[in-house]
Design a protein around this ligand. Structure first.
Ligand SMILES: [Zn+2]
Length: 309
């Protein structure tokens, strides 16, 4: 079967690329550091994608991709095809969809990395496992920071790219945030915050939240307190969402999700404690791992050709 799609998932740290066939099987997945720090970050990105695409095509010379799926991080206006803002990569209101379409001479399906990773989880991953089609859901990606994708009545909520910034909504006990606001969920609930806060409180430098979890499991009360504060902060946000948009399920992805039940079990408990008549969401782990974005890019690419996968 021909792999007719060329897929890119552009994050602040790396660019993932792959080919996909009609059924969405990913081939030749690669991960390279995102090029950054130039005067024209949008042009630099498109040049990098062009080189990656040429390499993928050289590896499989008989394959002629028919469309491109391109996801980028930051604030993304899917309808207008523009990267509105990326704090990490530096573009401002860049017409990335049209730039990519010119570079590849192919139709381009364009979207936001977290929104489409969420859509892919609902279509092929955690959502597919739940059986009946989930129409109201939240995908929470908890890593260095916290990002979210919201789905209401079967539709993703974009709001010009500004929806889903749950990591930068205030929670009780939240701290000063590098974004300029005070109290953001990210300052307590992210994997980055857990590691940083534990290092500060214990005087022991740790590289990641995984080490804090280990310390907690071997009885370290400082680690237990910081883990608990992270869980409470995330639960607060999920309870707010339950009152606002009543998701049937909350899919937890990103690095912190690797903690598995050590995160999910106390999180479910804390969310339940905060709800009364509200619809309690099923809190489940993401299933597609680091390739969720590429699966999301596949959804966008097939949309660009007017196909429904
Ligand atoms: Zn913030």
């Amino acid at each position: 079967m021909n792999p007719p799609y060329l897929l890119f998932d552009v994050g602040g740290t790396d660019v993932k690329s792959a080919l996909a066939d009609d059924a969405g099987n990913l081939l030749g997945i690669r991960r390279v550091p995102t090029r950054r720090g130039t005067a024209n970050p949008a042009e630099t990105l498109i040049e990098q994608l062009h080189v990656l695409g040429a390499e993928l095509r050289a590896e499989t010379p008989l394959v002629r991709p028919e469309a491109v799926g391109l996801l980028v991080c930051g604030i993304v206006d899917e309808e207008r095809g523009r990267g509105v803002f990326s704090a990490n990569l530096g573009w401002r209101d860049a017409p990335l969809r049209d730039m990519a379409a010119r570079a590849f001479s192919l139709p381009v399906g364009f979207g936001h990395d977290v929104a489409m990773a969420g859509a892919a989880e609902l279509e092929f991953g955690a959502g597919a496992e739940l059986g009946a089609k989930v129409r109201n859901a939240v995908m929470l990606v908890i890593g260095t920071g916290i990002a979210a994708a919201l789905f209401i009545d079967g539709r993703p909520v974009s709001a010009g790219g500004y929806a889903g910034e749950l990591g930068h909504a205030a929670v009780p006990g939240g701290l000063d945030c590098p974004c300029g606001a005070h109290g953001c969920l990210e300052t307590l609930g992210s994997a980055g915050a857990i590691a940083k806060r534990y290092s500060q409180a214990s005087g022991t430098q740790v590289r990641g939240a995984r080490e804090v979890l280990k310390a907690m499991q071997s009885g370290d009360p400082t680690a237990a307190r910081i883990w608990d504060e992270a869980v409470e902060a995330i639960a607060f946000s999920i309870a707010q969402l339950s009152a606002c948009i009543a998701p049937e399920t909350v899919v937890i992805g990103g690095g912190l999700a690797q903690a598995g039940e050590a995160l999910l079990e106390p999180l479910r408990h804390s969310v339940r404690r905060r709800l009364s008549y509200h619809r309690e969401p099923l809190i489940v782990p993401a299933r597609l791992g680091g390739d969720a974005g590429l699966h999301g890019a596949f959804l966008k690419a097939s949309e660009a050709l007017g196909r429904k996968p």
